[in-house]
Design a protein around this ligand. Structure first.
Ligand code: UT7
Length: 335
């Protein structure tokens, strides 16, 4: 059995910054409310007419990750792409990465696990590498939220939270089993599917049906979130997933050098930080700048923490996420 190790990281954020004050011109909200409830100060939104999409942003992040890994696109054996905002209903964005980066005809798999998408994608990549099937796997998380948000007061409970962006990681085989991904832990609870969802367009609720109904009240094609309910589950599940990962590796909370939580809400990260008795420098947050970028959030944060020199050789790094599905999970790594 081999281990897999992250050997390259990259991120791409659209240039256009949207502040809380910008949002307060579109809907009934305030900088104070958003900062107090979420910690978010600004986020990036793709501007109309831009060529950025989930696939193209993912490709930009992937290019950087591959360059930094010291490999070339031709060395990548497999692509795993996590997003809830694909360019097409089908096919998924993974195949677009193969095309945009002009890669050989390697396999491309899309992961539909929303906020825990990157955790699931890393777990998949890790299994392919552990078994010896692939040597180098490209994992991408990318989201183009802003095109699908309700930018009126009706949508304010959701819209102020989400941002656009992408991140990517190259996972590669290592024969040193004390390094790299030590374990991953994945969970779901589908009875809560409709607590955080976009109902349509879907096979169940298709476009002609929505158009025919011509119902101004139909918000089924906008994200819906039962915020307080999701928050309560998030704090419990985050903790469980982290504890599960630590226990599986005989580690204690004191062993965590860096926790990268999914950037859902700064209050959730702070709750987890207090619960595990971690210092500020042991938990990485950048939701203040980028909002919640769903499947991209963990990999953007991991990339930024690494770029800022906050992750060192031999560190125990914990990734954890919770979101729509509900799905949640953790990844324990030794850097
Ligand atoms: O990433 C996937 C996982 N997602 C999460 O983990 C998110 C979890 N949930 C949350 O982060 C929080 O629940 C939110 C930030 C979404 C909302 O915060 P909250 O403290 O739970 O607020 P609330 O939904 O209970 O709303 C409180 C009040 C309501 O007004 P009333 O009914 O008390 O008069 C809302 O209508 O705040 C109102 N409100 C707003 N006011 C100003 C909701 N959104 C806004 C807004 N600006 N943007």
């Amino acid at each position: 059995m081999y281990n897999s190790k992250i050997i390259g990281l990259g991120k791409y954020l659209p240039d256009h910054v949207v502040t809380n004050d910008d949002l307060s011109k579109m809907m009934d909200t305030t900088d104070e409310w958003i900062q107090e409830r979420t910690g978010i100060i600004e986020r990036r939104w793709i501007v109309e007419g831009s060529e950025d999409t989930s696939a193209t942003m993912g490709a930009k992040a992937a290019k950087i990750a591959i360059e930094r890994s010291g490999l070339t696109k031709d060395d990548i054996d497999f692509i795993v792409f996590a997003t809830l905002s694909p360019d097409y209903y089908f096919p998924g964005c993974g195949v677009q990465i193969q095309d945009i980066l002009d890669m050989p005809t390697v396999g491309a798999l899309d992961v539909r696990n929303q906020c825990s998408g990157f955790i699931y994608a890393v777990a998949v990549a890790d299994q392919f590498i552990k078994t010896g099937m692939y040597r180098n796997v490209l994992v991408v998380g990318s989201e183009y939220h802003s095109g699908g948000l309700d930018k009126t007061t009706r949508g304010r409970g959701v819209t102020v939270i989400f941002g656009d962006g992408a991140g990517a990681a190259v996972l590669s085989r290592t024969e040193d089993n004390t390094k790299g991904i030590l374990s991953s832990h994945l969970h779901s609870e589908g009875k809560y599917a409709e607590e955080l969802t976009v109902i349509g367009p879907s096979i169940k609720h298709w476009v002609p049906e929505i158009i025919e109904a011509n119902d101004a009240e139909d918000t089924s094609y906008y994200p819906y979130m039962n915020g307080t309910f999701v928050f309560k589950h998030a704090v419990v599940r985050f903790s469980e997933a982290i504890i599960e990962g630590l226990e599986a590796n005989n580690l204690k909370k004191e062993d965590i050098a860096m926790l990268i939580p999914h950037q859902a809400n700064l209050r959730i990260s702070q709750f987890i930080q207090r619960k595990f008795g971690l210092r500020d420098d042991q938990v990485f947050n950048n939701i203040q700048k980028y909002g919640n970028t769903t499947a991209a959030s963990v990999v953007i944060a991991l990339t930024e923490a690494w770029e800022e020199g906050k992750i060192h050789d031999g560190d125990t790094v914990v990734l954890a996420a919770f979101g729509s599905g509900f799905t949640w999970g953790s990844v324990i790594m030794r850097w």
